[in-house]
Design a protein around this ligand. Structure first.
Ligand code: ZN
Length: 313
């Protein structure tokens, strides 16, 4: 019997300039770069992972930065917003910080029982900070943001859908999400214990443009599974629901299966183990270029082809 999904494992998005990506997610948002590796399917480009100190599941946003990549289109069939949890009372700090650092943002506004601050990353990726009353997760304290205001991990993601109903059937059916709230064109679902990190909002947008994945858009959303046997049980459940699901793929830091929900958003189910300390100690996570064993023989060529990258203090 498979265990319930505990929440978001990671979100993967597309970017253009890798250094601008590092500067924003470490220097502005205050996350830790927990892994610098390459796109295993295209080792000429980076794959960058950001999160809390260890890159716990539920805190990890990852990017494929392609220098010079064109902007994608945010629209239907995509996760169009990625939301992070910050402590209640922090949005004043964040509004000032984003203004001072020249980040495009809106003013905080209410949604359900919380306040939300919307802003854009350098590629136009739509992000939110949600002021959450109770989030027990510890922030990364090595970044530029004081711990009292720092990001705790994800709050949730928003999926934009032409037909919210077919997406709801998959979320509430095989994936086990619960419909917990609704306001206007937004339906909120939770999974596992619920709360920050275990939420997804579905926005019904029958007249939205179709999304096109490139820089500034989310590529996929990954959900958590406890371990490899649990993931295999999930694979079976997804296939039984009539969705095409890939074989298990080895992503070094977790194992992955992928499928599209009927509205077109690419979902992944990823295992919690082994995590990012698999190939470097927690103290030095993200400091060196890490390659999977099958790419190590090509390390020199790969390194020479990648642009230099630094985490600036
Ligand atoms: Zn993924």
């Amino acid at each position: 019997m498979r265990k319930p999904i505990e929440g978001i494992h990671h979100v993967t998005a597309m970017a253009s300039d890798p250094q601008a990506n590092v500067d924003f997610y470490t220097g502005v948002l205050g996350l830790r770069l927990v892994k610098r590796t390459v796109n295993f399917d295209d080792p000429g480009t980076y794959h960058l992972y950001y999160g809390d100190e260890r890159g716990h599941p539920g805190t990890i946003i990852t990017f494929f930065p392609w220098p010079g990549a064109r902007r994608g289109v945010q629209g239907a069939g995509q996760a169009t917003v990625t939301s992070f949890s910050v402590p209640q009372g922090s949005l004043g700090y964040w509004t000032q910080r984003l203004s001072r650092l020249g980040v495009t943002h809106e003013e905080p506004r209410p949604r359900f029982d919380e306040e939300v601050l919307t802003f854009l990353d350098p590629d136009g990726l739509r992000l939110e900070l949600v002021a959450v009353a109770a989030d027990p997760r510890s922030p990364w304290e090595g970044g530029p943001v004081p711990a009292e205001h720092a990001v705790r991990g994800f709050d949730g993601v928003t999926l934009t859908e032409w037909n919210a109903h077919v997406t709801e059937e998959t979320l509430a059916g095989p994936l086990g999400f619960r419909r917990v709230a609704e306001h206007g064109d937004r339906i909120r679902f939770e999974v596992g214990a619920g709360g920050p990190g275990a939420r997804v909002d579905v926005l019904a947008a029958p007249s939205a443009v179709r999304g096109h994945v490139s820089a500034g858009t989310v590529h996929h959303v990954a959900w958590r599974s406890a371990d490899e046997p649990d993931q295999l049980a999930w694979r079976e459940a997804v296939a039984e629901a009539g969705l095409y699901v890939t074989p298990v793929l080895d992503r070094q830091y977790f194992k992955s299966i992928y499928f599209r929900e009927p509205g077109g958003v690419l979902f992944e189910i990823a295992t919690d183990p082994p995590g990012f300390t698999r190939d470097e100690p927690v103290e030095s996570l993200g400091s060196g270029l890490k390659l999977p064993p099958w790419l190590e023989p090509s390390r020199q060529q790969i390194q020479d082809a990648l642009p230099p990258l630094e985490v600036r203090p």
